[in-house]
Design a protein around this ligand. Structure first.
Ligand code: AMP
Ligand code: MG
Length: 410
C-alpha cells in the first residue's frame, strides 16, 4: 500500500480504483425490465432455425414461378392457408394456394404474388397480372435469419430491447448476466437536513444524497439510501456497518481535514483498508478510497460539485467494470471550443461545460458559467466536463480540448 496521504494524479487514482474492482459472479436472471442494460455473461445459441419453415412475406397467392413466364395468367386455387396453419396440398402445374403473411409455403410453390396483383374469378379461380415472378419472390427461406446452433449473441453484449427479442426467439426467458452492483449511499454532516424540511439558520438540505443515488442508477447500479449520518462516531458506526454490506459504499462529506471530518477514521476503525485520500484535482481534492472484503468504499467530498465530479471520474468507471463492461470510461471526446475561455488553476481542473454538435456533426463545447465547487446550480447548464491542466491559461475559439461526457445514460 502506497502512502495514503500522498497526493495522487487523477489517472493514477483511477487506475488504483480499477485495480480493486472484483467483478460480481454472473447470475441467471429473468429477462424482465430489471435486466435492461445488464451485460450478458454467456454466449447464447439458437435452439432452432428461424424462420422454422419457409414463410410467406405477403398476403397473396403461392404459385410456381414457372407457371407465369409472362407474369399473367389464370390459376386454380386449391387451398387457403393462414398464419399458424399448415398447408395440406401440394401446388401442381396451373394451381395456386391463397396464403397470408407469416403462413408456411405449400410444397411445390416457390413464389408469392401479392394480393394487389390478383383478381378473384370465382371460388376456385384467380387471375394474376404482375411482372414475371422470380423463384423465391416474397418468400423467406427456412433458417434465413438464424440456424439452430448459431451463436446469436455473444457474452459481453449489453441487453437492449433488440437482445430481449432475440433471446425470447431462441427460447430464453433467463440468461446469465452480470448483476447490477448494490450501492449504498450515506450523506454525512451535522448541518444536513432532509429535502422536505425547512433548514434552520445553520442548516442546509441534503442535495448530495438524491444526486448521488441518481448518479448510481444512471451508472447501472442499484441505489440504496441509508439517509443522513451526524458527525459523531456513534452515529456513523452503525450506518457504516450497514453500508459495508453493499458491493459499493458511498459517503458524502466528512472526508477533509476539518475537526469533525471523522469518516476516514471511522472507516479504518471498522476495518476498511485505505488506498488513497487526496487527489491533485479541482474540484474535489479530498477523496477517500478504500476496500473492505468485497466492498469498494468511496468517501466523496461534501461540496456538491466535488461529489458529482468525483463520482463521474472514479465511481462511475468502477460501477461500469462491476457491471461487466470492458470499457470503464469516463467517455472522452476531442471537441472544438465554441468560445474563448480563460482559467487560472493551481491544479488540473474539471470545469462544467456544454457539449453539442454543430450542423456539420462536429463536436463543439463551451465552458458553463460556474463559480466553483459549491455551485451546484451551475451544473444545470452542463452535460460535460472540460479537462483543463493547471496554470494561468487562455484558449481561443476553435482550439481543441478534451471533454468528458457525463449525460449519456450508458
Ligand atoms: P464537508 O466535506 O463535510 O466538509 O462538506 C463540505 C461542504 O459541502 C460544506 O459546505 C457542506 O455544508 C456541504 N455539504 C456536505 N454535505 C452535503 C450534502 N449532503 N448536501 C449538500 N451540501 C453538502
Ligand atoms: Mg461535513
Amino acid at each position: 500500500v502506497a502512502n495514503v496521504s500522498e497526493l495522487l494524479e487523477v489517472a493514477g487514482a483511477q487506475s488504483v480504483v480499477l485495480q480493486h474492482v472484483r467483478p460480481l459472479p454472473p447470475a441467471p436472471l429473468p429477462l424482465n425490465a430489471a435486466a435492461l442494460g445488464l451485460i450478458l455473461a454467456e454466449d447464447v445459441h439458437s435452439d432452432l432455425d428461424m424462420p422454422p419453415y419457409e414463410k410467406a412475406l405477403m398476403d397473396g397467392y403461392a404459385v410456381r414461378a414457372a407457371d407465369l413466364p409472362e407474369g399473367r395468367g389464370e390459376l386454380t386455387v386449391i387451398e387457403e392457408v393462414t398464419a399458424g396453419r399448415t398447408p395440406a396440398k401440394r401446388v401442381q402445374a396451373g394451381q395456386a394456394t391463397r396464403i397470408m403473411t407469416g403462413a408456411p409455403m405449400p410444397d411445390g410453390a416457390d413464389a408469392v404474388i401479392m394480393v394487389e396483383r390478383c383478381q378473384t374469378l370465382d371460388s376456385t379461380g384467380v387471375r394474376i397480372e404482375d411482372r414475371p415472378p422470380k423463384p423465391g419472390q416474397n418468400v423467406l427461406p427456412r433458417g434465413r435469419e438464424m440456424r439452430r446452433g448459431d451463436c446469436v449473441i455473444r457474452a459481453g453484449r449489453r441487453l437492449r430491447p433488440q437482445e430481449f427479442g432475440v433471446l425470447a426467439t431462441v427460447g430464453r426467458d433467463r440468461a446469465l448476466v452480470h448483476p447490477a452492483p448494490r450501492v449504498a449511499v450515506v450523506s454525512t454532516g451535522d448541518e444536513i437536513v432532509e429535502a422536505t424540511q425547512t433548514p434552520g439558520p445553520s442548516q442546509i438540505r441534503n442535495g448530495n444524497g438524491p444526486m448521488i443515488l441518481a448518479q448510481v442508477a444512471r451508472a447501472g447500479g442499484v441505489p440504496l439510501s441509508l439517509g443522513i449520518a451526524r458527525d459523531r462516531r456513534e452515529n456513523l458506526l452503525p450506518l457504516i456497518g450497514e453500508g459495508l454490506k453493499a458491493d459499493v459504499f458511498l459517503l458524502s462529506g466528512g472526508v477533509s481535514a476539518g475537526k469533525l471530518d471523522l469518516v476516514p477514521e471511522v472507516l479504518r476503525e471498522l476495518g476498511v483498508r485505505p488506498h488513497f485520500h487526496r487527489i491533485r484535482m479541482k474540484p474535489g481534492k479530498p477523496l477517500f478510497f478504500g476496500t473492505h472484503e468485497q466492498t469498494m468504499v468511496f468517501g466523496l467530498p461534501g461540496n456538491p460539485v466535488s461529489a458529482f465530479v468525483c463520482f463521474e471520474l472514479f465511481v462511475r468507471p468502477a460501477l461500469r467494470r462491476l457491471c461487466g463492461a470492458k470499457d470503464a470510461g469516463p467517455p472522452r471526446v476531442r471537441s472544438k471550443l465554441a468560445q474563448d475561455f480563460s482559467a487560472r488553476n493551481d491544479r488540473p481542473t474539471y470545469h462544467p461545460a456544454w457539449l453539442d454538435q454543430a450542423e456539420d456533426g462536429s463536436w463543439r463545447v463551451r465552458a458553463s458559467a460556474w463559480f466553483g465547487s459549491p455551485d451546484l446550480r451551475g451544473l444545470l447548464q452542463a452535460n460535460a466536463l472540460l479537462e483543463l491542466p493547471s496554470g494561468d491559461l487562455q484558449w481561443r475559439e476553435g482550439e481543441w480540448l478534451d471533454v468528458i461526457r457525463v449525460d449519456q445514460v450508458l
